[in-house]
Design a protein around this ligand. Structure first.
Ligand code: XMP
Length: 318
């Protein structure tokens, strides 16, 4: 019979076998559950021959880079290198309006972080739903959305550099990944973290990403998530974030007319991330978040709550 402990043992054996006694593995981590669990698994399998790389792509959440460093290095003992590429990313994102172009740019940039190393394997925290979604959407018509952990990245990596892909979570659903994380001794708060997409808040800023919009998205998101935690709702919600609508609206603050960005709050519940429902917040909660965001985040004059289910909406806005 299948148990998580047995799955873990089998995966560790499979990885050791695949990588060999000398092989080295590179893996980009984001601080999210999937890449953290995958990284910890590699650490258990091959120790410091696994190299975790955190690329600060300039579109991570507020203070997230420091937090990931603490979690992975100190708490989990993972061999982690942080590369600050935020300037490069933000520069490269300039002028990109199309969601697919933004994703491809960010995915492509990650490949560069592995170039020139003697490492033969690349770790990806791909889950079962990512595999299914990418397969089913990749008809002759068009890719609906490129998941960078399934789409362009692996092919380009294997063709271009002879890097072999390791995807230890490929057969698991999210709740199973969390269970595996617990089995690996990862602390509960990290195991329960909401997923965060690889392209970061770049897909939560509609259209062109600018430093100002990144600041606004970060601050608003931080307020929203803090209030969700304070209200004890975090674990009831599968994923939540604040996004920036780049069109602006007129408002009045104090006795002045203002012209500011619109924040779109999104919070969903789901079991498999393939379908989802908007979370039913108490009205007072939404009012409190709205008040804090318009008062504390410069440049915002409206807050909306997205009640769209998936389908037809996706969880992310792009
Ligand atoms: P959607 O927006 O397709 O998202 O309903 C489903 C789940 O996948 C996450 N997501 C991504 N994760 N790279 C990732 O690592 C991506 O490009 C990407 N796009 C969506 C999303 O956050 C949600 O959990």
């Amino acid at each position: 019979n299948w148990t998580m402990a047995r799955f873990l043992d089998q995966e560790i054996a499979r990885i050791r076998d695949l990588v060999g006694p000398e092989g080295q593995v590179l893996g980009a981590v984001s601080g999210g559950v999937d890449s953290t669990v995958a990284a910890k698994l590699m650490k258990e399998a091959i120790g410091d021959r696994f190299w975790a790389v955190l690329v600060n792509n300039g579109v991570m959440r507020l203070d997230e880079c420091e937090q990931v460093e603490r979690d992975l290095k100190q708490h989990l003992g993972i061999n982690l290198t942080v590369i600050d590429a935020s300037k490069d990313f933000l520069e490269g994102l300039k002028g990109l309006h199309d969601p697919e172009q933004k994703r491809k740019f960010i995915g492509g940039k990650f490949i560069d972080s592995g170039k020139g190393t003697k490492i033969g394997f690349f770790l990806q925290g791909t889950l079962y739903p990512d595999v299914i979604e990418s397969l089913s959407f990749k008809g002759p018509s068009a890719t609906i959305k490129t998941h960078h952990n399934v789409g362009g990245l692996p092919e380009r990596m294997t063709n271009g550099q002879g890097l072999q892909l390791i995807e230890p979570l490929r057969s698991l659903y999210k709740d199973e990944v969390r269970e595996l994380g617990r089995t690996l001794g990862i602390h509960e708060e990290l195991v329960m973290r909401h997923p965060f997409p690889g392209p970061g808040i770049a897909v939560r800023i509609l259209g062109e990403v600018t430093e100002e919009k990144v600041r606004i998205a970060r601050q608003a998101d931080h307020i929203f998530i803090s209030e969700i935690r304070k209200a004890g709702l975090y674990d009831q919600i599968s994923q939540a974030y604040a996004a920036v609508d780049p069109s602006r609206a007129v408002g009045v603050m104090g006795d002045k007319r203002v012209y500011g960005y619109i924040i779109i709050l999104r919070a969903v519940t789901t079991t498999d991330f393939m379908t989802a429902e908007a979370f039913n917040f108490p009205w007072e909660f939404l009012q409190r978040v709205m008040n804090r965001i318009v008062n504390e985040v410069n440049g915002v004059c409206r807050v909306t709550y997205d009640i769209t289910s998936k389908p037809p909406g996706t969880i992310e806005l792009e």
